[in-house]
Ligand binder design. Structure first.
Ligand code: SAM
Length: 262
């Protein structure tokens, strides 16, 4: 793993869309191209991030979850998982996983003071390495329900990788655990193709594809889907007024939360 700022990275492009400062001209150019294809891209990134915050708060506060494993955590931003979970209970434990060296370096700097939080440098598809990592073994108790998060990361993976990865993680989790899955979708084939092609080129192949809603639904097959179900995550337990329907939106962060039988 290397950190070359002349090459765009998914984490830095996403950081740029969110209004963060850990990004460089190579990332801005891809971000601008994304906005050219899908002007709603920035709103979708913010919507996705707000969903992450609500879902962690809900699982900690309403469902009593005290251990979280975030696959593909991205650069530290507002309301990181440990901040949200530990605001509910300071004993909550959080492990972040990412394969971007800048993400890992920044996350480690931010977490130095927090003994109940760790970051693991790993590929999210490498379930064995993740669960065998000393930090995961220390913080994620195998007998206790976990929230495993896959928020805005499945679009970075190929078709043949996503379902097996989720299946492997399910098998590692205690009964009553939660899977949070949300990915970038588009109802429009042209938008799916253009964004997929742009990101493929920009990341030199470290990208899967934009998908359709029914494909994301399939990732949570067989699980009990908790309220309000699967859909545009803007509508997942919104805190204020119901959000406007995004039926016409060219990009939708789509997903929800499934619970393993407990
Ligand atoms: N989960 C955060 C959120 O929703 O706000 C960040 C999502 S960001 C769009 C996707 C992150 O997944 C990036 O930080 C990227 O480095 C990471 N990622 C992509 N493919 C990965 C892989 N195969 N293994 C580990 N991390 C990966």
């Amino acid at each position: 793993m290397h950190h070359d700022v002349r090459r765009p990275s998914i984490a830095r492009i996403y950081d740029w869309l969110l209004g963060g400062v850990d990004n460089y001209p190579a990332d801005h150019r891809v971000g601008e191209d994304l906005l050219g294809i899908a002007p709603g891209c920035r709103t979708v990134a913010l919507t996705n991030r707000a969903f992450l915050r609500r879902v962690v708060h809900t699982l900690a506060h309403d469902y009593g979850i005290r251990q979280f494993l975030e696959h593909g955590c991205g650069l530290p931003a507002r309301d990181n998982v440990h901040e949200v979970a530990q605001a509910v209970d300071r004993e909550a434990r959080v492990v972040y996983v990412d394969n971007d060296p800048l993400v890992v370096a920044h996350a480690r700097t931010r977490l130095v003071e927090n003994p109940r939080t760790a970051v693991v440098a790993a590929d999210v598809r490498d379930t064995g390495a993740i669960f065998g990592n000393p930090a995961v073994r220390r913080l994620i108790r195998p007998g206790e329900p976990t929230a495993a998060l896959f928020v805005s990361v499945a679009q970075c993976l190929d078709d043949e990788d996503v379902t097996p990865m989720i299946e492997r993680v399910k098998q590692r989790l205690a009964p009553g655990s939660f899977l949070v899955v949300c990915q970038l979708t588009s109802p429009y084939p042209e938008v799916r193709d253009r964004v997929t092609n742009l990101m493929h080129k920009a990341t030199e192949g470290s990208w899967g594809r934009l998908r359709e809603e029914h494909e994301v639904r399939g990732y949570l097959d067989g699980l009990e889907i908790i309220e309000p179900g699967l859909g545009d995550v803007a509508d997942w337990r919104p805190e204020r007024r119901p959000t406007l329907s995004s039926a016409a939106a060219e990009l939708i962060a789509w997903g929800g939360v499934g619970r393993l039988p407990g």
